[in-house]
Design a protein around this ligand. Structure first.
Ligand code: PCA
Length: 329
């Protein structure tokens, strides 16, 4: 009771002290922020912390409410919702939109960047180009956070690509669907929020993802094996509608950007920490978690070469410049 009263008083004091209008028109704004992954996932928890940071930094001028688990918009619809102003802000895995621009798939080229460090360098090399493409689509990039390295989930032992023939494979972006095709599997696109059910009903029986997503969705209830492949580390990006952004005063813009900087750093740290924590969680759930065997790795590397060539072809001069800048590191 005492604690509630104290925080109530503190909250009132904070509101009363808010004399600086956070926005050009002087009105506080309530922003809904759709996110696609479960509330307990580190991206979602980080999004809530980001919202708190922005609320404090704008003295309540921008009040963001996070909607996790695809509850407001499904992952696939979030980018369009922000672009068209249905929501002012949201988080999306941009590699799901590679058909709009190959650059969006910079983070899903197999074996190009396979560690947190390398993927950070690849992101830095891509960021200016990415920001330009997003601005052309009426989007302002606020912060980006990588998922842990991607590995393969199955419900049987798999030692080679030949063992993958005919398996129903859950995909989450263009690269994962292409990987399925090139390995003789059958791709089916399923949102992370829906995978527990997809595996339970047999709609899918395999996927490539992080230990984090398998852990979040308790996939040990249906699957048995996780092979560490470290194929790539895809990014989630928090973006604001550019018209909304342009209507903000400078103080609000810098509050969003500095909270974004904090969120990028905190999110990266959480992703790193979540990697082993969730692999242990899969083991505790009863799954066999191990590095992919030599034959499987060699087979996947061949698939990776094909996909890298395809991506470079699609991404043209921008893609080549990004890879050169990244490799120059
Ligand atoms: N989890 C997300 C994207 C990458 C990841 O690790 C998913 O499986 O949908």
């Amino acid at each position: 009771m005492m604690k509630t009263l104290t925080s109530l008083l503190a909250a009132t004091a904070l509101t009363a002290a808010s004399v600086v209008p956070a926005l050009a028109d002087g009105h506080a704004q309530k922003w809904d922020m759709p996110m696609a992954y479960s509330a307990t996932n580190f991206h979602s928890e980080n999004g809530v912390k980001f919202a708190d940071c922005v609320r404090t930094a704008t003295e309540g001028g921008i009040d963001i409410t996070v909607h996790p688990s695809g509850s407001l918009f499904k992952g696939a619809d979030i980018k369009r919702a922000i672009q068209t102003g249905q929501v002012p802000i949201g988080e999306r895995l941009l590699s799901g939109h590679q058909n709009e621009n190959a650059i969006f798939g910079f983070d899903s080229v197999p074996f190009l960047a396979t560690s947190f460090e390398a993927s950070g360098q690849l992101f830095d090399a891509t960021k200016p180009t990415l920001e330009r493409i997003l601005e052309d689509q009426n989007l302002k990039l606020i912060y980006s956070v990588p998922w842990p390295p991607q590995g393969l989930y199955f419900k049987k032992e798999v030692n080679s690509v030949a063992d993958m023939e005919g398996i129903k494979f859950r995909s989450y972006n263009n690269a994962t669907a292409r990987l399925a095709e090139l390995t003789g599997m059958l791709p089916v696109t399923i949102e992370a929020a829906e995978i527990s059910q997809a595996f339970a009903t047999g709609v899918a029986e395999s996927m490539i993802s992080s230990g984090a997503t398998g852990y979040d969705r308790k996939v040990w209830e249906s699957l048995t094996h996780f092979y560490e492949v470290d194929a790539w580390l895809p990014y989630n990006h928090v973006m604001v509608n550019l018209d909304t952004w342009n209507g903000l005063d400078d103080a609000s813009k810098s509050a969003l950007m500095s909270c974004g900087e904090t969120a990028a750093a905190d999110g990266l740290e959480a992703s790193i920490a979540y990697t082993n924590f969730t692999l242990d969680g899969l083991r505790e759930g009863g799954m066999t978690v191990q590095k992919a065997g030599d034959t499987l790795v060699a087979d996947l590397q061949k698939v990776g070469e094909t996909m890298t060539a395809e991506w470079l072809e699609a991404a043209g001069d921008d893609g080549a410049a990004i890879v050169d800048a990244f490799k120059g590191n």
